[in-house]
Design a protein around this ligand. Sequence first.
Ligand SMILES: Nc1ncnc2c1ncn2[C@@H]1O[C@H](COP(=O)(O)OP(=O)(O)OP(=O)(O)O)[C@@H](O)[C@H]1O
Ligand SMILES: [Mg+2]
Length: 252
Amino acid sequence: MSNSGIDELKTELKKAINAIDELKTRLAQKEKEITEKSKLAVLGELGLGFAHEIKNPLSAITTYLDLLNNSISDESQKSILKKLRHSVLEIDIITNNMLFYTKELKAEISSIDLEALIDETIASLEVAIGRKNLKVTKQISHRVINGDYQLLKRSLVNLIANAADANQNEGSILVETITSNGQCCIAVEDTGTGILDPGKLFQPFHTTKAKGMGLGLALVKKFMQAQSGNVSLKPPKTFNGARFELTLPIKQ
Ligand SMILES: Nc1ncnc2c1ncn2[C@@H]1O[C@H](COP(=O)(O)OP(=O)(O)OP(=O)(O)O)[C@@H](O)[C@H]1O
Ligand SMILES: [Mg+2]
C-alpha cells in the first residue's frame, strides 16, 4: 500500500476510534438514565403500595407510644419509648418521602405565617432533635409568605432532619427567615460536617448515610419548584457546617 493510502487508512481509523469513543460515552449516559428510570419505576410500584399500607398503622403506633409515655413515670422506660418514637419518626419521614416522590404535585398557595410553620416543624422533629444535645434557634425577619403549607413544611422537615443527622452528639441548628432581592428566604444552617460532595446534592438516591434513601434533597427541590421557588446550598454565615436556603418569590 502506498504512503498516501496508509495515511488515509490512519485518518479513517482515527475517525472510527473517535466515533466508538463517542458511542461509549452515549451508552454510559443511557445506561445511567435507564438505571435511574428503573430505580424510579421499582420505587414507584413497590414503594407507593408499601407506603400507603404503612401510613395508618404508623400513626396508630405513634398515638399509642405517646399515650404510654404519659402513663409511665419510670425514666428508663421513658428513655426506651423515646428511642422507639425516634425510629417511628424515621420510618414516617421515609414513607412520606416515598409517597411524595412518586406523586404529581399541585401546589395549593395560601398565606403562611412562617413563625408558626417553623415552630410546628421543629415540634414535629422533637424526638430527632432531643436524641442528640442539639440547640435549635430561630430568627424571624420575614413573617408572612404565599406558598404551599404542606410542601414548605416537608421541605423544612427534610432540611432540619439532615442538619440533625450532620451533627455529632452536640451542636446547633439555626432556622432564619430573611428578605433579599424580592424573595423570601428560609435558611437552615448547622454546626455539622458541612457538605463533602456538593456536585451530587439534589440528585435522587445520592446518600452518604447507612440508612439514607437519598431522596430528601431531591424532594425539597421538587417541592420548592412546584411553588415557583427554589433550594440551594450557600456558604454558612453563622456556623461552620452547611447552610441550605429555601427561596420563594414574595409576590405570588
Ligand atoms: N446539613 C447537611 N450537612 C452535611 N451533609 C448533608 C447535609 N444535608 C445533606 N447532606 C448530604 O447530602 C446527602 C443527600 O441528602 P438527602 O437528604 O437527599 O438524603 P439522605 O439524608 O442521605 O437520605 P433521606 O433524606 O432520603 O433519608 C446526605 O446523605 C449527606 O451526605
Ligand atoms: Mg435527608
